[in-house]
Design a protein around this ligand. Structure first.
Ligand SMILES: NC(=O)c1ccc[n+]([C@@H]2O[C@H](COP(=O)([O-])OP(=O)(O)OC[C@H]3O[C@@H](n4cnc5c(N)ncnc54)[C@H](O)[C@@H]3O)[C@@H](O)[C@H]2O)c1
Length: 291
């Protein structure tokens, strides 16, 4: 499937990253947000990413502009009417995602495929009663989406084989590596990663070692490209809390429960890179910069 026009609903951390993937593949991309301010923030993220690529000599200013010219920005869902594929990257709440798909179903062409980027929620529940359950599928991008190759594709109980095949082709068109998972909480990645991240935070709480030393162990002892605390700062502590709670509520396994330090950091406004401070401190350079 070579989609010509695609849409992203929600242009936060993930939506901006997914839009960049689409733009890099040359697709006309409608970017939809809830308000002009949120839209501007999202577009700034996209622009900053391409500006970084120009500075690193990976693209010319003209190529940057060509990609930005493919964006149609909007706060009106009606503008998604003729998209071949729409990816939602809005808040991790099944009711909000389900309402969005119900509304989009009344707007979009019959053939439009609805994709959820949920990390933890059931695709079947997100699609429930939306009116095109056979054309709803999960494609879980990894953060940062423009840099990470993996996507996890999961189909709901009623997702058709045709939708699944198109989702695989779409992902490959974005140059992603595809794995297929059951419609199960956390799919593969978060089912394995989230309890491990919480173990690292508990080790920090117990004073076993510093943030830096735990990350050094993971990078130089296990060969991980990034330490857990670097990763958590990239993801955002608020997102980690929501993902952990969602998985804990589904699975009732206490390794998924976020340790108290996570809530304290959120209350203090230390959400990670996006607020300039998390487990590490940051200057105000781009969202995908190195720690
Ligand atoms: N952050 C990660 O590392 C990560 C990784 C993979 C998947 N996800 C999933 O991606 C989704 C988004 O996460 P995020 O980290 O980008 O969150 P975020 O808070 O950074 O961005 C969400 C954006 O959605 C917008 N939004 C909310 N409701 C909307 C609506 N009805 N219409 C249009 N825009 C709307 C908000 O204004 C916000 O800008 C969640 O489902 C999350 O579980 C997150």
């Amino acid at each position: 499937m070579e989609p010509k026009k695609v849409g992203v609903v929600g242009c936060g951390t993930m939506g901006a990253g997914i839009a960049i993937c689409m733009l890099q593949s040359g697709m006309d991309t409608v970017v939809c947000e809830t308000s002009a301010e949120n839209l501007e923030n999202g577009l700034n993220r996209i622009s900053a990413f391409f500006e970084g690529s120009v500075k690193r000599g990976k693209m010319t200013p003209q190529q940057k502009q060509e990609r930005l010219n493919l964006i149609q920005e909007t706060t009106d869902l009606q503008d998604l009417v003729d998209c071949d594929v729409i990816v939602e990257a809005i808040f991790e709440d099944v009711r909000i995602k389900n309402n969005l798909f119900r509304e989009l179903n009344t707007i979009c062409n019959h053939n439009t495929i609805f994709v959820s980027n949920t990390s933890t929620l059931s695709i079947t529940s997100i699609a429930s009663g939306c009116g095109r359950q056979d054309r709803v599928i999960g494609i879980h991008f990894c953060n940062p989406a423009p840099l990470m190759k993996l996507v996890e594709i999961s189909h709901g109980l009623e997702t058709s084989d045709d939708t699944y095949n198109k989702a695989v082709e779409f992902s490959e068109y974005l140059k992603k590596k595809v794995v297929t998972t059951k419609d199960t909480p956390g799919f593969i990645l978060n089912l394995l990663l989230v309890p491990f991240e919480n173990d690292c935070i508990r080790a920090l709480e117990q004073g076993i070692a510093t943030v830096e030393d735990i990350d050094l162990v993971l990078k130089h002892g296990l060969g991980y490209p990034m330490g857990t605390f670097e990763l958590l700062d990239n993801v955002g502590l608020d997102i980690h809390y929501a993902v952990s709670m969602s998985l804990y509520n589904e699975l009732k396994d206490k390794r998924f429960a976020p340790p108290p330090l996570v809530k304290k950091m959120i209350d203090a406004g230390h959400l990670g890179k996006k607020t300039g401070k998390g487990f590490y401190e940051y200057n105000k350079t781009g969202m995908f910069g190195a720690v």
